[in-house]
Design a protein around this ligand. Structure first.
Ligand SMILES: Cc1cc2nc3c(=O)[nH]c(=O)nc-3n(C[C@H](O)[C@H](O)[C@H](O)COP(=O)(O)OP(=O)(O)OC[C@H]3O[C@@H](n4cnc5c(N)ncnc54)[C@H](O)[C@@H]3O)c2cc1C
Length: 462
């Protein structure tokens, strides 16, 4: 963007193309568009917010922004945790909230086709009505499918169903200059050149604007059991996980929560653990397990296998929860972020390591916390090696060192800096510092091929 007049010319052309109602500026722009849920990102107001309703409108926005050199920041529901949707200086926010139509539920092909602004909650409701489920389950059901694609969202069911990239079959997307493209479709196999779908998944709005998503869906299993399993030590949980997965029964959810974290999460939603004082006092950490099956007999037998094994592996007890308690526990776990935020966490880290390395990783994190006089609380998707840490360390320099050391050690164990929250603006400094520089250079060349002017979410990711 060169000057005020050029900005006005851009906005005039945009209003002309989309209509006055679809372009908001000044006081008409709510503060909601200045931020996402990252704890550390500074809020910033965009120059304008565009509300497209069609792919053609998104194409027009990209074409005009490119002509005028205006940066574009895509936005789904703004629930991201890494600053990805936070406006960059002088940017136009393109919010997909009005592109919220479920285009098709194709029961024969087990596929749903959605616009990017459809929320997980809306999709789940529509699929439940026809006996299907989309299995990726990040804790925040208000998030949009476009945002999920752009961050490669994961969540609690990744242990069974993988993450967003394992469930997206096709995309329609708009490039920086306005070209509309489609890649993939209603099929699982394709060996036809580079896979653009997979490249765009997880690119956090830096390569293209996603305007339609084709997703795999599954028949909705009818039966489930929820278990709450206290352990006297974290090490015994870490050791139990490979044994549980070695049974051949893959749980839908296999989460770990430390005792302090679980009690805070439970208090927030008014969930009474009901485990008795003796166990509560002895428990240092809990496993939260959900098994699901298509028949009661399969579920019973899998529940028995898991319960017996858990006790052999040192569980203090195994509590099978009633449906209302199971719902409350899930709600409690989903709210982990809000608890950390309310308690004053200074940052979040969502590192992933090979799951067998979790004990070694947690031991090191405890040492880092002790050495730096930080408090670090952990909860996470232990079944897939992804632990979420809340970092309580108000001193910015010390905190940077703590996080850097944690991420560096995660990489040394064969892990990755962010499992699912993305890099955005807030984890970029760590990526640039710790990731292989040749790989970063290749990523920059890919970025330049998609977006030569650098107008799509500049300054994010790389
Ligand atoms: C309480 C809570 C719990 C959470 N739990 C989890 C969890 O368990 N697992 C997990 O993975 N995440 C979790 N998250 C993070 C968040 O929900 C996910 O990152 C989600 O995918 C963001 O979706 P959104 O629609 O809010 O995207 P936004 O925050 O709006 O945007 C995220 C990124 O996607 C880009 N983007 C959005 N739409 C498009 C589009 N159409 N085209 C191109 N780029 C686009 C944005 O530019 C930005 O970079 C949690 C968040 C909260 C608040």
């Amino acid at each position: 963007m060169h000057d005020e007049n050029d900005l006005e010319a851009f906005l005039d052309e945009l209003r002309g193309a989309l209509g006055e109602r679809s372009v908001k500026t000044g006081e008409d722009v709510s503060d909601d568009y200045s931020h996402d849920e990252a704890l550390t990102a500074e809020w910033r107001r965009p120059v304008a917010v565009a509300f497209p309703t069609t792919t053609e409108q998104v194409s027009t926005i990209a074409r005009l922004a490119s002509l005028h050199g205006v940066p574009i920041v895509a936005r789904g529901s703004g629930t991201g945790l890494s600053g990805g949707a936070v406006p960059v200086p002088g940017s136009l926010v393109v919010t997909f909230e009005e592109m919220n139509e479920i285009i098709e539920i194709d029961e024969a092909n087990h596929v749903a086709v959605v616009q990017p602004g459809v929320t997980l909650a809306a999709l789940d409701q529509a699929l439940a009505e026809v006996g299907f489920v989309y299995p990726v389950f990040p804790g925040e059901l208000g998030s949009s499918l476009g945002g999920n694609v752009a961050t490669n969202a994961g969540g609690m069911r990744a242990v069974k169903y993988g993450v967003t990239r394992h469930q997206v079959l096709g995309l329609e997307f708009v490039l920086a200059g306005g070209d509309i493209m489609r890649s993939g479709g209603k099929y699982v196999k394709s060996s036809s050149g580079y896979d653009l779908v997979q490249l765009i998944i997880g690119s956090e709005g830096t390569l293209a604007l996603v305007t339609e998503v084709t997703l795999r869906i599954y028949p909705r299993p009818g039966y489930s059991t929820t278990m709450l399993v206290p352990f006297a030590s974290l090490a015994s949980i870490s050791n139990a996980v490979p044994e549980l997965l070695g049974t051949g029964v893959t749980p839908l959810v296999l989460e770990y929560m430390d005792a302090v974290g679980l009690s805070a999460m439970s208090a927030r939603v008014g969930f009474e653990l009901g485990v008795g004082d003796a166990i509560k006092n002895a428990a240092k950490a809990y496993l939260f397990v959900i098994l699901e099956a298509n028949s009661p007999s399969t579920l019973d037998s899998e529940t028995e296998t898991f319960s017996e094994l858990l006790l052999e592996l040192g569980a203090l007890d195994v509590f099978l929860l009633s449906e209302p308690s199971a719902t409350k526990l899930l709600e409690a776990r989903e709210g982990a972020f809000w608890v950390s935020k309310a308690l004053g966490a200074n940052d979040l880290v969502d590192v992933v390591v090979p799951r067998a390395e979790i004990p070694a990783y947690l031991e090191r994190v405890n040492a880092i916390a002790a050495d730096s006089e930080s408090f670090i609380s952990a909860a996470g998707h232990v079944g897939d090696g992804n632990i979420h840490f809340s970092i309580f360390q108000p001193d910015e320099t010390k905190r940077y060192e703590v996080i850097r050391e944690m991420l560096d050690f995660g990489l040394a164990l064969g892990g990755s800096i962010s499992a699912e929250h993305g890099i955005g603006s807030e984890k970029r400094k760590y990526l640039l510092e710790l990731e292989d520089s040749d790989k970063l250079e290749l990523m920059r060349r890919i970025k330049a091929a998609f977006d030569p002017q650098g107008i799509l979410n500049p300054g994010k990711v790389i």
